[in-house]
Design a protein around this ligand. Sequence first.
Ligand SMILES: NC(=O)c1ccc[n+]([C@@H]2O[C@H](COP(=O)([O-])OP(=O)(O)OC[C@H]3O[C@@H](n4cnc5c(N)ncnc54)[C@H](O)[C@@H]3O)[C@@H](O)[C@H]2O)c1
Length: 355
Amino acid sequence: MKKAASLSELGFDSDGASSGFFRAVADGVAACTPTAHRQRLTKVSVIGVGNVGMAIAQTILTRDLADEIALVDALPDKLRGEMLDLQHAAAFLPRTRLVSDTDMAVTKGSDLAIVTAGARQIPGETRLNLLQRNVSLFRKIIPALAEHSPEALLLIVSNPVDILTYVAWKLSGFPASRVIGSGTNLDSSRFRFLLAEHLDVNAQDVQAYMVGEHGDSSVAVWSSVSVAGMPALKTLQQSHSSFNEDALEGIRKAVVDSAYEVISLKGYTSWAIGYSVANLVATLLRDQRRIHPVSVLATGFHGIADDHEVFLSLPARLGRGGVLGVAEMELTEEEAKRLRRSAKTLWENCQLLGL
Ligand SMILES: NC(=O)c1ccc[n+]([C@@H]2O[C@H](COP(=O)([O-])OP(=O)(O)OC[C@H]3O[C@@H](n4cnc5c(N)ncnc54)[C@H](O)[C@@H]3O)[C@@H](O)[C@H]2O)c1
């Protein structure tokens, strides 16, 4: 049986097919050509259709954030299977054109390209070796993306996300304002969830940031945690003597470890990163100017040396132009020290890549 994603693949010519159903209005103006129309559409590309890429694609679809989604992966069968599976939900979703190819040309004209492709860690492999393999992969992906969509925003999700965002910045030649890593947007959501559960409030009413590296050395900014605008740390410490320094570090560690727990239980994380990235996509493409902790070029912030080009997460104001500014948030000396330590480790790793 012939496999097909469309009737044209079954040999039915789609040119003029709709003219049997519809007729142009009689004002003498030629109908808008599909090409002219398409130029105004919002296009998002997702590179890598694994667990994370597909969770992102389906959340973008259900939230109606793009008119066209292009999917790219190195595995053609999986790629086509994922595209068909999403296309078959068309009757239940806003109309979104879905295209896929192993060739990066399918991403041409993207407004936003999201990179989730990544090599998996081989048992016993060092993080540095994994990083080198991912850099090789990015050498294939990023220049091609930049060539096909020179005006796009790049949103990097693959891990280690801070270093790979730096790699994407270097390989794309894009200005830093257009290269963003998903960073600690997800970690901050986990932090807010834990605090919200404890206080029995909605996580959306808890303002709490994790900054720095997405991963083990991330910094919980306790000094600025607030609930409904009320500074939270002092109140928590006054009401529970158990909120001492060790307890705060324990909560930070629980946030970091929660990713490992999900991975040990189901093998990977997907839903939360899917929502987290779709949230960023909404802010960027709809020019919402919301503040998100994401990985940005952090040189010069909080005492990070001016000659250290390093990407890590800080609360950033995002919009259609990408990173519109980084919040000059107040940190305690201890928080700033931890952030600089995180920056130094990331910078040293970036130096090993020789980019
Ligand atoms: N930043 C975050 O908060 C966060 C959260 C979760 C996962 N991640 C990261 O996201 C990445 C993806 O995770 P996953 O669970 O989806 O992995 P996965 O193995 O399920 O998917 C990776 C996909 O990339 C594809 N791929 C490999 N090389 C490619 C190439 N050259 N071109 C196109 N596609 C290629 C693979 O075929 C695969 O489908 C990992 O690096 C993971 O660590 C980041």
